[in-house]
Design a protein around this ligand. Structure first.
Ligand SMILES: [Mg+2]
Length: 275
């Protein structure tokens, strides 16, 4: 039953719509629902029980931003439809992303929670991405070759991968290595050569494992995600988020790093050209 599924205890959701539920049903230990989403406390209760979510901690802030409470709750992941609050959370050092609802959601596994991450500016910092944006692909490859043995700095979602890894280890300890109900994926535009090697060496230097590492060398991520069918996918570039959502994946934008451009007049999130 959904009550025996693994849980990341301190996930925090804010003003997200129905797309959260396949992921939340697996993972939530804590839920914040915005007052705009449900106008009555009774409505929230019915909705939670209706989806059989196992909620251990609950927080209502009367319309105020919950971001100030995230650290106190030791939040592993904050998801919201509001990019401003997501930025605030990232500035607080919380793993956070803006969630988008696909028009038609792909059917996902009922027996395994699948979480897919982009690499640069998501699990890793945007240091290599900066080289690519400033000097192009050739300089990027040169840079990655020269720094192959130097681990990348951590990105905003490293802590969430770490939290998933701790849960996975509990299953490994019970002998459930191959049939672990949590599976993680790195879906990166890096190639399998030196740039990919650096990514893998970085994960190893952190003591973190990822179940599948997919190096696409610039090929589109959408078809790969269609095969994986993750419950949730994180990327810093809106281009990849939009393509993933078109394929029916619950896609989340991590507004961090050099790829972000904010249109100050409209306050609208923009992204640069895809890698
Ligand atoms: Mg990226």
């Amino acid at each position: 039953s959904s009550f025996s599924k693994p849980r990341v205890h301190n996930s925090f959701c804010h003003q997200t719509s129905g797309c959260i539920f396949p992921f939340a049903g697996w993972s939530l230990g804590l839920l914040f629902l915005d007052s705009e989403m449900e106008c009555a406390k009774g409505g929230i209760k019915i909705r939670i029980y209706g989806f059989k979510l196992f909620i251990e901690r609950f927080c209502m802030t009367g319309g105020n931003s919950p971001v100030g409470y995230l650290k106190a709750y030791h939040t592993n992941l904050y998801l919201s439809a509001d990019p401003v609050k997501v930025r605030e959370a990232l500035e607080e050092g919380i793993a956070a992303a803006t969630m988008f609802t696909p028009e038609k959601m792909t059917e996902v596994s009922k027996t395994q929670l699948r979480v897919a991450f982009d690499g640069d500016a998501v699990l890793f910092s945007d240091e290599s991405e900066r080289i690519f944006k400033a000097h192009g692909l050739d300089k990027f490859f040169e840079h990655e070759k020269a720094h192959e043995n130097k681990p990348l700095d951590h990105g905003p979602l490293k802590g969430f991968l770490e939290a998933l890894g701790k849960l996975q280890k509990r299953f490994y300890d019970k002998g459930q290595r191959l049939d672990c109900p949590i599976r993680t994926y790195l879906v990166t535009a890096r190639s399998a050569a030196s740039s990919g090697t650096r990514a893998l060496k970085t994960l190893r230097s952190w003591g973190l494992e990822i179940d599948e590492a997919l190096f696409l060398a610039g090929a589109p991520k959408g078809p790969m995600l269609e095969k994986i069918r993750p419950h949730i996918f994180f990327d810093d570039q809106m281009f990849h988020v939009e393509r993933a959502a078109e394929m029916g994946t619950v896609a989340c934008h991590v507004p961090y790093g050099i790829a972000q451009r904010v249109n100050k007049e409209g306050g609208k999130e923009m992204s640069s050209a895809p890698e």
